[in-house]
Write a protein that binds this ligand. Structure first.
Ligand code: CA
Ligand code: CA
Length: 197
């Protein structure tokens, strides 16, 4: 029944791409239909620069058997009709939609490590015209950021062995200085005593 409604709406033309519970004026996919994920398809919005970005999509979002171009772009506010800006992931990924209207499994990796720190959106260009328009999807559109990449934190300072030797010298330095000062004082006293003697 619902499938029939969707098919009828789809047959009415591009303006009817929206699912039955949406306004017919809304032509792009609902927020949340497409997400950034780890390599197991679990949604993930914060990546380290040494991780890879994959994508997942709700079943039924795209036309089975069709191809979708996936762009990773700098975070922006998206409106229908916007040109899709340059991909930052080393090239556009073209992915074939499975029989359920989704991708994979496994979820396609669209930006393999290493990543560049920053804030990004993912645009799914379903009609492959390099314009964000009917049937396309974005993670995320207006206020949201699709995902964030952070630099890999520096490794912890090793403890023990050779690595802490400099610290030992630092600890000893004041004592060496004090011993030298004492030596000078003692020498001065000795010299004075000899002169007096
Ligand atoms: Ca955005
Ligand atoms: Ca498009």
């Amino acid at each position: 029944m619902i499938l029939n409604m969707v098919l009828v709406l789809a047959a009415m033309g591009s303006g009817a791409w929206a699912a039955p519970n949406q306004s017919p004026l809304r032509q792009t996919l609902p927020q949340g239909d497409v997400v950034a994920t780890d390599e197991n398809g679990v949604e993930k919005n914060l990546f380290l620069a040494n991780e890879s970005v994959a994508v997942n999509v709700k079943n039924g979002s795209f036309t089975p058997g069709s191809q979708v171009d996936i762009y990773i772009v700098l975070d922006a506010a998206w409106n229908e009709g916007d040109a899709i800006t340059a991909d930052v992931s080393g090239g556009v990924d073209t992915v074939t939609v499975n029989a359920n209207g989704a991708f994979g499994p496994p979820p396609p990796v669209v930006w393999p490590a290493p990543l560049t720190p920053g804030r990004y959106d993912i645009v799914f260009d379903a009609n492959r015209n390099v314009v964000f328009d009917a049937g396309d999807g974005v993670d995320d559109a207006v206020l949201g950021t699709g995902f964030v990449v952070e630099a890999v934190p520096p490794p912890p300072v090793p403890v023990g062995g050779i690595a802490i030797l400099p610290n030992r010298f630092e600890l000893l330095a004041p004592w060496i200085g004090l011993a030298a000062l004492m030596g000078v004082v003692v020498a001065a006293v000795v010299v004075r005593l000899r002169r007096q003697g």
